[in-house]
Design a protein around this ligand. Sequence first.
Ligand code: ATP
Length: 575
Amino acid sequence: MKKLPLADKKDVRRWIRETARANKREFSVMLGLFCVATAIGLAGPQLLGALVDEVVGGTTTATITWLAIAFVVVLSAQAWFKGLARLRARVFGERILAKNREEFVGNALDLPLGTVEAAGTGDLLSRATTDVSRIDHAVRFGAPEILIAAVTVVFTVVAMVITSPFLALGLLVALPLLVPVNIWYQRRIPDVMRRMLDKWSELQSTTHETAEGARTAEALNLTGRRIRTGHDGLDAAMLGERKVRALQMRWIPSLEISYVLPVPVMLGLGLLAYSNGWEGLGTITAMLLYSQVMTGPLNEALFWLADMQVAGVSLRRLLGVRPAGSSDEASEAPRGQDIAVRDVRFGYNADREVLHGIDLRVPAGERLAIVGPSGAGKSTLGRLLAGMSAPTSGSVRIGGAEVSTLPDDVLRGEVLLLTQEQHVFAGTLRDNLTLPAGDWTDERLLAALASVGASEWVASLPDGLDTKVGAGAVAVPAAIAQQLALARVVLADPHTLVLDEATSLLDTGSARELERSLSAVLEGRTVIAIAHRLHTAAAADRVAVIEGGRVTELGSHAELLAAGGPYAALVAAAS
Ligand code: ATP
């Protein structure tokens, strides 16, 4: 399965840079508040050190009381600033995320349908749900804690070096463990984590497909197999998760050891310094307290670091969803309505070609029927003609412009594909009709519905155009769903229609009624009809026969019958 792309680390870094630049002020305020909170907190160990010195040197109760009050004031001020900074960080994170989510939805909607189909909707779904919530969690809660830890470590180390450079040497003992363990971990974790997220997304695809195809699975007695596939997917995802946690289980204890190690070393150095009279007891106390000040934020940061790494990969998956397509190609507008298909090759997978070099010209206004045996590639050609997928090689052009590179709003005015399955979106009838974006008046919408014979149904609705339809609301029968699709065609007004089994799922009565509406809509347009019932082909100007992904015959119904070739054989077989 072709996965949706993953943004590379460079893109993620660029996104962080651009986000930081665009929110410079808010970010500076937030960082400033964290710095103020940490700087205030640094006074705590100094006050306790001073307290020790006072007590050792013999002091009054008043001095001790004042030092204790100062200590409480420092702690309260630090807590207040930290709380304010955390609040701003969460609001800031939520705002960035909202923008990110909006961009993601926009990009996902702009993706070519062929790309989404090739990757499976599950991949897109898991990016829109699991990945977004992983980032959400990390940005709102993890990022502020990591920022606090980073600021605390930098400030505290500086304070320690200023207070006693000799005792600060004790910090170096952490490095021989810290550096190699981190290099080891950072080299392994990205791949393991990406594989784990891929497994989760595959599981989501499987679950989604099982739910969508539940009836088919039931009919074919495949329910047990689908459940097993689901369990296998879950096992694979859990295994991926376990591999990540196994790496972290070795990494986190090494980090914990590395930041406790300086304490005994500093105690030893303190003893040496005190006995030689280089440092007083107050300074040694302050230094030991400083080394402990870092423990809380570091623990918190460690707890979040793993989630931040997962969120980093999720961010790559989110930023990876960007519609491709070169703007140069897309900028060319059609100059005319003739369709030219030249040497088109196409395959859904790289290893299997379905169309093997199709050449076809359809002049504006023609009615062309495409016929051929099942699996010959008729629907595939229909999709390429409607610009839903791009050919692997060759070109499909309308008025000289490559169809698959046309922007959606231009494409809709040129060519539309009408199939047997018309989805009714949950929303109002108006929403369903105005899917082709536009500023439609009620009169236009009602006229479009009338032109496809749906007036009676609309009149029966409680709120007319504002009636909620689709899942959980007014049910829309298949024949009406087709009429709504036709009304959308009337509104978008494309000059070419590709029909793929548009009426084949309906019962005979509904199909006949719909065909009447359809013929009104087809009036004056180029029509390419994938004709599964051969009598439709007889009424077309020309018939193209597709066999094994190639056009094997092309001509009028009468010519092809007279030629006694594949078309004549198909007609004979059908009758
Ligand atoms: P029918 O009349 O049965 O609908 P058709 O002539 O329209 O057949 P297509 O649906 O275009 O044929 O299919 C052509 C080939 O491409 C078939 O072998 C089919 O299995 C394959 N195919 C169709 N859709 C996909 C897809 N989404 N992914 C992979 N292969 C596909």
